[in-house]
Design a protein around this ligand. Structure first.
Ligand code: MG
Length: 159
């Protein structure tokens, strides 16, 4: 059985538009400003997509969905992640599991963790774990200037 591991990282800065929603793993999290980005700036979906692409050597989301392309303006990143999963499948791979660490001073991840986990699991069709971590006041993340996410994935050949 051929297996591959992948890792992904993403980081986005908070914006100051109170009407822009914060979207994490496809879940709208109320009470915290949205993140800046060309798409919906879903830092979790982006890190997972990059980990999946990296695992099988299909590049990265910047190559697939360039932010110079107006098609992806305001894009639902869960749709982009679904497209990445389709590409892996077309190449003969299936996802074994996904593990993410969301690094955020705010919002608290725990109240949304289960919903985030379910949303991602539905798209990748595999077990997903989501963990929230704070940056202990260190650097820009510690000053709550934005949110980062680390993702690890395992995939296996299914044919
Ligand atoms: Mg991103």
């Amino acid at each position: 059985m051929t297996m591959r591991v992948g890792n992904g990282f993403d980081i986005h800065r908070f914006g100051d538009d109170p009407d822009r929603p914060l979207v994490l793993a496809g879940v709208v999290v109320p009470g915290t400003p949205g993140l800046l980005g060309h798409s919906d700036a879903d830092v979790v979906a982006h890190a997972v997509a990059d980990a999946l692409l990296g695992s099988v050597g299909l590049g990265d989301i910047g190559m697939l969905f360039p932010d110079t392309d107006d098609r992806w303006r305001g894009a639902d990143s869960i749709e982009l992640l679904a497209e990445v999963v389709r590409r892996l499948r077309a190449d003969g791979w299936r996802v074994v599991n996904v593990d993410c660490s969301v690094i955020a001073e705010r919002p608290a991840i725990a109240p949304h963790r289960e919903q985030m986990r379910e949303r991602l699991a539905e798209v990748v069709e595999a077990p997903v774990s989501v963990k929230g971590r704070r940056a202990e006041g260190i650097g820009g993340l510690g000053r709550a200037e934005g949110i980062a996410c680390l993702a690890s994935v395992l995939v296996e050949r299914d044919r």
